[in-house]
Design a protein around this ligand. Structure first.
Ligand code: AHM
Ligand code: MG
Length: 332
C-alpha cells in the first residue's frame, strides 16, 4: 500500500482529513463536534463526485443537461449530479440550518429558529464543468458560515462578508483528487488515497510564494477590461511575464497556491460586475489565499470585506501572490 508522508512533520505519521479536523476541534474547549461532521459530509461528497467524474464518459454523463441554472448558464449533467450528491451528504447533518448552491435559485432551509443548526454551507458543486468534456481539471468549492437564528430570511442569513467565514475549501478533481481547507489558522492540503479511501494530509501551513511572474486571465476579453487592468497587462507584457489560464477556477487557484502568480477575472462587456460569484467562489478562494499569505481584491477593496447583498452576486476578482496582486491593485 502506498504511504504518504506528512512533509511538515519530522515523523511520517499518516493523518487523515477526519483526524486532522478532530484534532483542530479539540483545541477549542467545549467544541461539540458539529463542525467535523460537516467536513466529513463534504469529504464523503468529494469522494463520490471524484468517482462519478472519473466514470463520466463511460457512463454517458458528459454534456449538457438541457436546463439552465439561475444565472442563465446551461447546466452540465455532471453539475446536476454533483449538486445532488452534496445535497444528499449534507442534508442529513443536524448542525446545518441552510444549504445554498450555485445551481439552485433559492437557499434550502433545513432547520429554523433557535433549535436549528449552527451553520450554513454554501457551495459551487462542480466549478469549471464546461471543461469536463475535454478531460479538464474541475472542482467543488465550499464555505461554512455561522447561522444567525434571529434572521428569518435564508438569503439574508448567508449574505455575510467573507471575513466571517468559519472555514473554506475546495476539492480539485485532477490527475489526483486534492482537498484544500482552511479553518482560519493556515491552509492544509490533503490528497485522496484511492486504495485507503481517505484524504491523507500531505502539507500543513501552505504558503504562496510572494512573487511569480505569471498571470492567469482570459485575455481574449481584454479590450473590454477597465483601463487599470489593461495597463497592468501592457506592463506585464514588457516585464518578462508568462501566462497560464485553464479556465477552471479551482485548477487555476490550485496552481497559484502551489507555485505563485496572479489570477484575474475583471469586469467585461458580457459580465460588467465580473463573472465569479462572491459567496461561494470568490470568498472561499480569498480566505484560502489570504490564509496562505497571499491577497485577494475585488475592485478597490479586499474581497473578504465586500458586503454581499444577494446570494448569486458576482464580483471582479484578482488573487494570488501578495506582490503580484499589489502590481494589479495599484493600477486600479
Ligand atoms: P462555472 O461556475 O459556470 O463553471 O463558471 C466559472 C468558471 C471558472 O471556473 C473560471 O475561472 C471561469 O468560469 C472561466 O470563465 P471564462 O470561460 O469566461 O474565461
Ligand atoms: Mg463556478
Amino acid at each position: 500500500m502506498p504511504m504518504v508522508a506528512d512533509q511538515s512533520s519530522s515523523t511520517s505519521n499518516l493523518f487523515s482529513l477526519q483526524s486532522h479536523i478532530l484534532s483542530e476541534e479539540s483545541r477549542h474547549p467545549g467544541a461539540s463536534g458539529d463542525f467535523s461532521w460537516i467536513v466529513s459530509a463534504i469529504s464523503l461528497a468529494g469522494k463520490a463526485i471524484a468517482h462519478r467524474v472519473r466514470r463520466a464518459r463511460l457512463e454517458g454523463a458528459l454534456g449538457e443537461e438541457g436546463t439552465s441554472n439561475v444565472q442563465g448558464e446551461s447546466q452540465q449533467r455532471m453539475d446536476v449530479i454533483a449538486n445532488e450528491i452534496l445535497m444528499r451528504c449534507l442534508g442529513s447533518r443536524a448542525s446545518i440550518a441552510v444549504l445554498a448552491s450555485e445551481e439552485d435559485e433559492e437557499p434550502t432551509i433545513l432547520r429554523r429558529g433557535h433549535d436549528g443548526g449552527k451553520y450554513c454551507v454554501l457551495f459551487d458543486p462542480l466549478d469549471g464543468s464546461s471543461t469536463l468534456d475535454t478531460n479538464g481539471a474541475i472542482g467543488t468549492i465550499f464555505t461554512i458560515l455561522r447561522n444567525d437564528p434571529l434572521i428569518e430570511s435564508a438569503e439574508r442569513t448567508v449574505c455575510q462578508p467573507g471575513r466571517q467565514q468559519v472555514a473554506a475549501g475546495y476539492i480539485l478533481y485532477g490527475p489526483s483528487t486534492a482537498f484544500v481547507i482552511t479553518t482560519g489558522s493556515g491552509v492544509d492540503l490533503f490528497e485522496l488515497d484511492p486504495f485507503v479511501g481517505s484524504f491523507i494530509r500531505v502539507k500543513q501551513g501552505l504558503r504562496i510564494p510572494p512573487r511569480k511572474k505569471v498571470y492567469s486571465v482570459n485575455e481574449a476579453y481584454s479590450s473590454s477590461f477597465p483601463l487599470g487592468y489593461r495597463e497592468y497587462l501592457e506592463w506585464a507584457h514588457h516585464s518578462g511575464y508568462s501566462s497560464r489560464y485553464i479556465g477552471s477556477l479551482v485548477a487555476d487557484v490550485h496552481r497559484i497556491l502551489i507555485s505563485g502568480g496572479v489570477f484575474l477575472y475583471p469586469p467585461t462587456l458580457t459580465h460588467p460586475d465580473g463573472k465569479l460569484r462572491l459567496l461561494y467562489e470568490a470568498n472561499p478562494m480569498a480566505m484560502i489565499v489570504e490564509q496562505a499569505g497571499g491577497a485577494s481584491i475585488s475592485g478597490a477593496v479586499a474581497t473578504l470585506d465586500v458586503q454581499p447583498t444577494k446570494l448569486h452576486q458576482r464580483v471582479p476578482l484578482v488573487l494570488g501572490s501578495r506582490d503580484e496582486v499589489d502590481e494589479v491593485s495599484r493600477r486600479l
